[in-house]
Ligand binder design. Structure first.
Ligand code: NAD
Length: 423
């Protein structure tokens, strides 16, 4: 695998960074220029203004987005994010990544993403419910079980998915559980979905360690973020015998070379509003220090753009498994490649979530539900196949795993676009 030089990739925005990587992959695999042009523009972009009555009695207007990047391989699929920095450019990038992620994981889906610009932690449950219902109602013509299927992402969970399902059912007059995934089990969710993204991180980590000839029981890992992805990833990696030496969230970060008791951290967070503040896990460090701490495997599972070029120079891990979407900036890729650090890219590493979302959708359509073991074993098999195909393409095209993953995705999307044809 060779490094991409930094002047091959110029980052102007998150979506520009996606396009820059797409261009590198498209050139290497000699993708048709016509298909490349199509993939440079999302097929649908919806922006809504959502007036919501706040608890104070005053109206606040929130920006909501849904962007469909591609439907070349099937109905579009992608999460809904609640965060203050949600914007058109970010949602476009996340939607494109969903197209590539679904293709890498061999799912019959295109890609989409949605979001609301808000601070979910600053809203009451009532405000969140009104905002979520307003968003779902405004998207009634966009969402659909065979059209566009949302799921949770940063700042949202099964609770918001249940409200969206209920609102969608009310405005359409149908009962359509497959219109959204990541639902609570009792209303059509899938066993295993909650832990699925973290599980995918674990399966990809084990597959990479195997390729590198490393024994998980002699490996240390640092995990940034202790939400859905980070907490399950830390738990599942530790269950494989990997020593977790650093964990952290937006409230606090710990380092402990003897290993952190992940079960105790999970129990603590469960009883303390899902945060680690107040937990005694080891020496307190900064979130940035976690990224550069002494460990073998680094799992960024919180925010995008945290691995800058400067941080990349200081990273000591030999393997990075991207739990978050877009944690590595384009210019940092070149540094990591030069340092021969293997990066299992987001569109592969965190595709476990959408894989089990797909299983949830299949179960909803069939009206027949699987056991957790069935879900997990089907998931692990799909992840291992996806990892192997990306590794193979990275070797074949003598490139990084990130560009190898783009090539794996683009090979399938290109076929889909060509077979379906154009005007
Ligand atoms: P979440 O909201 O459940 O958790 C986010 C975590 O990041 C929290 O622990 C939060 O405290 C932490 N965090 C926020 N700011 C931080 C900071 N400055 N330093 C350290 N930690 C910080 O979100 P999630 O669902 O776990 O998503 C995390 C990432 O994974 C996002 O990039 C998301 O797009 C991606 N992802 C999520 C899923 C999924 O199924 N949930 C699937 C694929 C990708």
């Amino acid at each position: 695998m060779t490094a991409q030089t930094s002047n091959e990739i110029v980052q102007e925005s998150m979506f520009e960074a996606v396009l820059a990587r797409l261009d590198v992959a498209a050139n290497l695999m000699k993708m048709s220029e016509d298909v490349a042009i199509i993939l440079r523009s999302p097929i649908k972009q919806v922006k809504v203004s959502l007036p919501v009555m706040m608890d104070t009695g005053k109206i606040q207007v929130f920006d909501g987005y849904r962007i469909v990047h591609s439907t070349a391989l099937g109905p579009s699929k992608g999460g809904i994010r609640y965060a203050l920095d949600v914007n058109q450019d970010e949602v476009m990038a996340l939607a494109a990544w969903m197209s590539f992620k679904c293709a890498v994981a061999n799912l019959p889906y295109g890609g989409a993403k949605g979001g609301i610009k808000c601070d979910p932690r600053a809203l009451s449950v009532g405000e969140l419910e009104r905002l979520t219902r307003a968003y779902a109602s405004s998207m009634k013509d966009v969402f659909g079980v065979n059209k566009d299927i949302p799921a949770p992402d940063m700042g949202t969970s099964g609770r918001e998915m249940a409200w969206i399902l209920d609102e969608f059912n009310k405005v359409t007059g149908e009962d359509s559980p497959g219109v959204i995934t990541g639902k609570p089990i009792v209303i059509g969710g899938s066993l295993g979905r909650d832990a699925a993204t973290g599980r995918g991180v674990m399966v990809n980590t084990l597959a990479a360690l195997k390729k590198l000839g490393l024994d998980p029981k002699k490996i240390t890992a640092a995990v940034q973020g202790f939400g859905n992805v980070g907490s399950h990833a830390a738990r599942l990696l530790s269950e494989q015998g990997i020593k977790i030496v650093a964990i952290g969230d937006h409230t606090v970060t710990f380092y402990n070379e003897k290993g952190i008791d992940i079960k105790a951290a999970l129990d603590y967070a469960a009883q303390n509003n899902k945060v680690l503040k107040g937990f005694k896990g080891g020496v307190e460090i900064t979130s940035e220090e976690l990224l550069t701490c002494k460990c073998d495997v680094l799992v960024p599972a919180a925010l995008q753009n945290v691995i800058t070029e400067e941080i990349a120079h200081k990273i000591k891990a030999s393997l990075i498994v991207e739990g978050a979407n877009g944690p590595t900036m384009a210019e940092a890729d070149a540094v990591l490649n030069d340092k021969k650090i293997i990066v299992v890219p987001d569109i592969l590493a965190n595709s476990g979530g959408v894989t089990v979302s797909y299983f949830e959708w299949v179960q909803n359509k069939a009206g027949y539900y699987w056991t957790e073991n069935e879900v997990n074993s089907k998931h692990d098999e799909k992840m291992e196949i996806a990892f192997a195909s990306v590794w193979e393409n990275a070797s074949l095209f003598k490139t990084s795993m990130r560009i190898g993953a783009y090539i794996t995705a683009l090979q399938k999307i290109e076929q889909g676009v060509k077979l379906k044809g154009n005007y």
